[in-house]
Design a protein around this ligand. Structure first.
Ligand code: CDM
Ligand code: ATP
Length: 275
C-alpha cells in the first residue's frame, strides 16, 4: 500500500515577536496560511526505515538520519519500518517551513500506514516550532512558540507568488540578531475582512519582526519585496525568517510573473493559491 501526503508551503503573513522565554525560544503572534505549492511525502510498507529524496530541490538536502521526515517517523514509532520518498520542491532553509511541512506530512502518512493516531501538538513541537501549525495545514493564528493555534476569521480568496532569491537563511541566527524581543502582538480580535484590498490594507499595518535582521544579513530581500510589488501584488512581505517573500494577488488579476522571471532568472519563483 502506498500513501501520499502533500506538504504545503507555510507562509507567515504576519510575524510579531512578543517576548522571549527563559530557554531562549521566542514568543510569537503570527497569521499563518498555506499554499498549494509544496513537497510530497510518499510512504510504503517495508521492514526497515529508509528515505529517498527526489524533485527539483533535492540537491539542497541529504537523506541523513536528522532529516525531519525520518525524525518524524522515529517520533511516531522508534522501531517500525517504511520506505519513504520525499519529493522536494520547496527550497531548503527558506522561511516557508519546508522541513516542518515535510515532518507534518510524514506524520500523517505514517500514522495512516501504521494505523496509529497522530501525536499531540506538544509532541509534534519537539520536531520544530512550525510542525504543529503544519499538521493543521489551515489558516491559523499561531502563538506561544508555535504550539498555540487558533482559528482566524474567513480570509478572502487569493493567489500567491512565492519568490526566493536563492540565499539560505538560518532561523536561529535571525532570532539571535533580533534587537527588540518585546514587540506588540496583533490586536486581540482579528477583524472580519471585507475583501482582498481590505485584507491587504490591514496587513500593511502589521509586521514581520524578523524582516529587519534578515534584511541586514541578506539585503537582496528588499529587492524581492520591491519586485513583487512591481509585479502587481496588493501586499508583499517576507515569510518566517526569510529569505522567501510572498506577494498576494486577486485571482482575477494574476501577477506579472513572466516579467519578474525574465528580470531575475536565478530566483526561485512559484505561483499558487492560498488554501
Ligand atoms: C520563524 C518561524 O518559521 C515562524 O513560523 C518559526 O518560528 C521557526 O520554526 P522552525 O524552523 O520549525 O523552528 P525550530 O526548528 O523549532 O527552531 C530553530 C531555531 O529557531 C529559534 N526559534 C524558533 C522558534 C521560536 N518560537 N523561537 C526561536 O527562538 C531557536 O533558536 C531554534 O533553535
Ligand atoms: N525534510 C527537510 N526539508 C528541509 N530541511 C530539512 C529537512 N530535514 C531537515 N532539514 C534541515 O532543517 C533546516 C531548516 O530547513 P527548512 O527548510 O525547514 O527551513 P525554513 O523554511 O526556514 O523553515 P521555517 O520557516 O520553519 O523556519 C535546514 O537547514 C535543513 O538542513
Amino acid at each position: 500500500m502506498a500513501i501520499e501526503v502533500f506538504a504545503p508551503a507555510k507562509i507567515n503573513l504576519t510575524l510579531h515577536v512578543t517576548g522571549q522565554r527563559d530557554d531562549g525560544y521566542h514568543l510569537l503572534d503570527s497569521l499563518v496560511v498555506f499554499a498549494d505549492v509544496g513537497d510530497t511525502v510518499r510512504v510504503t510498507s517495508a521492514d526497515r526505515l529508509s528515505l529517498d529524496i527526489d524533485g527539483p530541490e533535492a540537491g539542497g538536502l541529504d537523506a541523513e538520519p536528522d532529516n525531519l521526515v525520518l525524525r518524524a517517523a522515529r517520533l511516531l514509532a522508534p522501531d517500525r519500518g517504511a520506505a519513504i520518498t520525499l519529493t522536494k520542491r520547496l527550497p531548503v532553509a527558506s522561511g516557508i517551513g519546508g522541513g516542518s511541512a515535510d515532518a507534518a506530512a510524514g506524520l500523517r502518512a505514517l500514522a495512516q500506514l501504521w494505523d496509529m493516531s497522530l501525536p499531540e501538538p506538544e509532541q509534534a513541537l519537539s520536531l520544530g516550532a512550525d510542525v504543529p501549525v503544519c499538521l493543521s495545514a489551515m489558516p491559523r493564528r499561531m502563538s506561544g512558540i508555535g504550539e498555540r493555534l487558533n482559528p482566524v476569521p474567513p480570509l478572502p480568496a487569493m493567489d500567491i507568488l512565492l519568490v526566493n532569491p536563492r540565499v539560505a537563511v538560518s532561523t536561529p541566527t535571525i532570532f539571535r540578531t533580533l534587537a527588540e524581543k518585546n514587540n506588540p502582538p496583533m490586536e486581540r480580535d482579528l477583524p472580519r475582512w471585507r475583501d482582498l484590498p481590505d485584507f491587504a490594507g490591514w496587513l500593511a499595518n502589521q509586521r514581520n519582526d524578523l524582516a529587519l535582521p534578515a534584511i541586514a544579513q541578506q539585503p537582496v530581500i528588499t529587492e524581492v519585496i520591491d519586485a513583487l510589488s512591481e509585479a502587481g501584488a496588493l501586499f508583499a512581505g517576507m515569510s518566517g525568517s526569510g529569505a522567501t517573500c510572498f506577494g498576494l494577488f486577486s485571482p482575477d488579476h494574476p501577477p506579472a510573473e513572466p516579467v519578474l522571471r525574465r528580470r531575475h532568472p536565478d530566483w526561485w519563483c512559484a505561483r499558487g493559491r492560498v488554501l
